[in-house]
Design a protein around this ligand. Structure first.
Ligand code: PEP
Ligand code: MN
Length: 332
C-alpha cells in the first residue's frame, strides 16, 4: 500500500508512523510517502489520522504501477525527454565496450552526425568468462565523460558490481544496471539514493514481476528516474542469443508507469537480425532503443557478432522515421 501523509506531518512523526506500520518512508519534496507490503489491503489504523490519500495493490508493483500514477513518468536526459507525454523513441548507441579513445570518438561522431543524444559504452563488463576482456574500468568512464563534454552527449554505462558503483555514478548521466546485476540489492539500493536516471536491464532468467520489483528497490529509495530495459530472456532456443520478450513489453507498457527501452542487440546476438528487430520494436511504440554499434565489429573486444557497423547503422536509422510516425512517435 502507498500512503500519502498529510502535509503538516513532521519528519519525526513520519518516521514514527513508518516504524509502526512497517513501511518504507520516502520524502517527496516537503511531503512524506509510506510504502508497505502490498499484502496490506486496508489502511492500518495507526495511519488513519495522518493519511491524506492511499492506494492498495494486488502485488508489489506499486510506485512503478499505472494504478498509482497513470501516465508514464517523464525523465530528462539533457536536452531531450524520455517518457512523459513526449512520444519520443530515444535512440542510444555506441559500442558494447569502450576500447580506445579513437573508437569511442568515432561513436560519438556517429551520434552527432545522426542527431542521436545518448552514447553508450561499457567500462566494467559483466563477462561470462574471467578470461575475456573485462573493460577499461575507470579509464573507460573517463573517456565517456570526455566525449560527453566534447560532443554534448548524454552517456550511459553499466555497473557490474558494488566495487565501482560510486565511480559509475560520478561519471555517467544514466546509470545502467546490467541484466546480471539486476538482482544486486547493494547496487539497486545505492541507485535509489542517487538523483540520476537509472536504466535497469531485465535479468535473462527473471520474471516480469521480479523485474518490476527490482525497479521498486530504486523507486522506494526515493529515486523516481527509473527506466526499464527488456534485452531478451533465455528460452529453449539456441539459434538466437536470447528471445526478446515483446509480450512482456506489452505488459510493462500497460501496467508500469516507467519508460520502456528495448535492446534488440543483446536479444538477437547477431547483427543480421538487429535492423528488422529494431523496426519491430519501434512499431511496438517503445520509449527508447539501446543498439550496439562499432567502427569495425569484427575487431570488437566483446559482443563482436551483434554490433552493427556504421553503414548498417546509418541505413537502419534512415528507415526508422516512417515506422515511428505510424505509431505517433518521433525518433530522437
Ligand atoms: C551490455 O549492454 O553490453 C550488456 C552487457 O548488457 P546485458 O546486461 O543486457 O547483458
Ligand atoms: Mn554488449
Amino acid at each position: 500500500m502507498i500512503v500519502h501523509l498529510r502535509p503538516n506531518i513532521s519528519q519525526v512523526q513520519a518516521e514514527k508512523l513508518a516504524h509502526e506500520s512497517q513501511a518504507i518512508l520516502i520524502r517527496k519534496n516537503r511531503n512524506y510517502v509510506l510504502v508497505t507490503s502490498s499484502k496490506v489491503q486496508e489502511l492500518p489504523t495507526v495511519l488513519s489520522e495522518a493519511a491524506m490519500e492511499y492506494w492498495a495493490f494486488p502485488n508489489d508493483l506499486q510506485l512503478g504501477s499505472r494504478s498509482y500514477h497513470s501516465s508514464t513518468r517523464a525523465i530528462n536526459l539533457g536536452s531531450i525527454t524520455i517518457g512523459g507525454d513526449s512520444m519520443n523513441t530515444v535512440l542510444m548507441t555506441g559500442p558494447c565496450s569502450v576500447e580506445s579513445e579513437e573508437q569511442l570518438e568515432s561513436s560519438a561522431q556517429l551520434c552527432v552526425e545522426l542527431g542521436i543524444k545518448v552514447l553508450r559504452g561499457g567500462a566494467y563488463k559483466p563477462r561470462t568468462s574471467p578470461y575475456s576482456f573485462q573493460g577499461l574500468g575507470l579509464e573507460g568512464l573517463r573517456l565517456l565523460a570526455k566525449m560527453r563534454d566534447r560532443y554534448d552527449l548524454q552517456i550511459i554505462s553499466e555497473v557490474r558490481d558494488a566495487t565501482h558503483v560510486e565511480a559509475v555514478i560520478e561519471h555517467v548521466d544514466i546509470i545502467q544496471i546490467g541484466a546480471k546485476a539486476m538482482y544486486d540489492q547493494g547496487i539497486l539500493r545505492r541507485c535509489g539514493q542517487v538523483r540520476k536516471p537509472v536504466l535497469i536491464k531485465r535479468g535473462f532468467g527473471s520474471t516480469l514481476q521480479e523485474f518490476v520489483q527490482a525497479a521498486e528497490f530504486v523507486l522506494s529509495g526515493g529515486n523516481e528516474q527509473v527506466i526499464l530495459c527488456e534485452r531478451g530472456i533465455r528460452t529453449f532456443e539456441t539459434n538466437t542469443r536470447f528471445t526478446l520478450d515483446l509480450c512482456g513489453v506489452a505488459y510493462l507498457k500497460a501496467n508500469c508507469n516507467l519508460p520502456v527501452v528495448l535492446d534488440p542487440s543483446h536479444a538477437m546476438g547477431h547483427a543480421y537480425g538487429v535492423p528488422d528487430l529494431t523496426r519491430a520494436c519501434v512499431a511496438l511504440g517503445v520509449d527508447g532503443l539501446l543498439i550496439e554499434s562499432h567502427p569495425d565489429p569484427r575487431k570488437a573486444l566483446s559482443d563482436a557478432a551483434q554490433q552493427l557497423d556504421y553503414d548498417s547503422f546509418r541505413s537502419l536509422y534512415k528507415s526508422l522515421d516512417p515506422v515511428a510516425a505510424s505509431v505517433g512517435r518521433t525518433i530522437v
